[in-house]
Design a binder for this molecule. Structure first.
Ligand code: PMV
Length: 332
C-alpha cells in the first residue's frame, strides 16, 4: 500500500518545488460518466475496481486562479464568496494542496469560479481537483503531461482524473498497486450533435458523500459482485456505440449502467438512495417520451439530478418539455 505522498514524490522526483509563476489561472471542465466509477480497490489512492468512461462538459467546470501571498494564511473565494477556514471545502482543498507544499508554503490566494453546482452530484469536485493540479503545474513550472496530471488529480477525487481533457475520456482502472496505470485516456471521437441536458432537482449538499456511499455499497450490497461484469458489458457497448455514432445504443447502455449503479446502492445496508420524487418523476417522463418516439435517455450520479442525453435535432422538443433544463454542447 502506498501513501499519496509517495506517489507524488515518484511523479515529481525530478521536478523542482521552486515557484516559477506567482500568479496564474486555469480551467478544467466537469465530466459526466456514461459508464460509472463506483467502488475503490484502494481508498487512499482512489484506485477504482473497474474502468469508466465520461464526457466532459465544455464550458461547465472550474476556473481556478491563484496568487502567491506574502502572508501567514491562505485565502479562498468560491464564486466570489470568502470561505472560512473551518469550512469543509477549505479543509479538503488545502489538505490536497498541502501534499505539494513544504510547511504550507507558499501561502496562496485562490479564487475558484465553479459553473456547476457544488456537491450536488454534478461533478464539481472532478473539475475542482483537475483545475487545482493544472494550477500547481503552472505555479511550480512542472510542465507535466495531462496523463501525469490525471494521476495527481485522481489523488484528490477519483473522477477528477477524467477532467484533464475535453470530449470522451476513458479512465483505465489499471492493476498496479501504485496506481501509475490508473488514469484518464482521451478517446479520439468527436460527436458535435450530442447534447447533455442538466436537470437540477436540488443544489443542496449530498446526503452522503460518494466516498462513503461507495464503501458501504462495496461492503454490504449483494449486487456489488455483479458490478464489474455490468461495467464490462456496458463499457464495450458504449465504446462501440461511440465508434459507430449509434445514439440509441449509447443511450441504452448509459442509462442501463446508471440504473444498475443505483440498484446496487439500493441493496446496500443501510440503504443508499440519492433519488427524490422529482428524480423519479423525470425518469418516468423520459421513459414515456421514448415510447412516444423521442430518443432521450438519462444518467444519474451521486445526487438527485438527472442528466439527459439527446441529439441536436431534438433540442426544441426537449426545451419545451423541460423548460428549466440547462443544455450543454460538449463539442461546441
Ligand atoms: O470521484 P467521486 O468520488 O466524486 O465519485 C464519482 C462517482 C460518480 O459520479 C457517481 C460516478 C462517476 O464515474 O463519476
Amino acid at each position: 500500500m502506498y501513501s499519496k505522498e509517495q506517489i507524488i514524490a515518484k511523479i515529481l522526483s525530478e521536478k523542482s518545488n521552486v515557484i516559477q509563476q506567482e500568479k496564474g489561472s486555469v480551467y478544467a471542465p466537469a465530466n459526466i460518466a456514461l459508464c460509472k466509477y463506483w467502488g475503490k480497490r484502494d481508498s487512499t489512492l482512489n484506485l477504482p475496481m473497474t474502468p469508466s468512461l465520461s464526457i466532459s462538459l465544455a464550458q461547465k467546470g472550474s476556473h481556478f486562479a491563484f496568487e502567491v501571498l506574502d502572508e501567514e494564511k491562505d485565502y479562498i473565494k468560491l464564486n466570489g464568496q470568502a470561505i472560512d477556514e473551518q469550512h469543509d471545502f477549505y479543509q479538503r482543498l488545502f489538505s490536497f494542496i498541502n501534499l505539494f507544499r513544504q510547511n504550507n508554503e507558499p501561502r496562496l490566494n485562490i479564487d475558484i469560479i465553479s459553473t456547476v453546482p457544488i456537491a450536488a452530484g454534478l461533478a464539481s469536485s472532478a473539475s475542482g481537483f483537475a483545475s487545482v493540479v493544472k494550477g500547481l503545474n503552472i505555479l511550480y513550472g512542472w510542465q507535466l503531461s495531462c496523463s501525469a496530471l490525471s494521476v495527481l488529480a485522481r489523488l484528490g477525487s477519483g473522477s477528477a482524473c477524467r477532467s484533464l481533457w475535453d470530449g470522451f475520456v476513458e479512465w483505465q482502472h489499471g492493476s498496479r498497486d501504485d496506481g501509475m496505470d490508473s488514469l484518464g485516456v482521451p478517446l479520439n471521437i468527436v460527436w458535435p450533435q450530442l447534447r447533455i441536458g442538466l436537470l437540477l432537482a436540488s443544489s443542496d449538499k449530498k446526503s452522503i458523500s460518494s466516498r462513503e456511499a461507495m464503501a458501504i455499497t462495496k461492503q454490504t450490497s449483494p449486487l456489488y459482485t455483479l458490478w464489474p461484469e455490468q461495467v464490462a458489458t456496458d463499457l464495450a457497448m458504449i465504446k462501440s456505440a461511440l465508434a459507430e455514432k449509434d445514439f440509441i445504443a449509447l443511450g441504452e447502455a448509459s442509462e442501463r449502467n446508471a440504473i444498475a449503479m443505483h440498484a446496487t446502492m439500493l441493496k446496500a445496508t443501510p440503504v443508499i438512495s440519492y433519488s427524490t420524487a422529482k428524480t423519479a418523476a423525470w425518469m418516468q417522463q423520459v421513459w414515456q417520451l421514448r415510447q412516444d418516439n423521442l430518443p432521450v435517455y438519462f444518467t444519474q450520479d451521486a445526487g438527485p439530478n438527472l442528466k439527459l442525453l439527446f441529439l441536436e435535432e431534438d433540442t426544441a422538443d426537449i426545451l419545451q418539455l423541460f423548460p428549466n433544463i440547462e443544455i450543454v454542447q460538449p463539442f461546441s
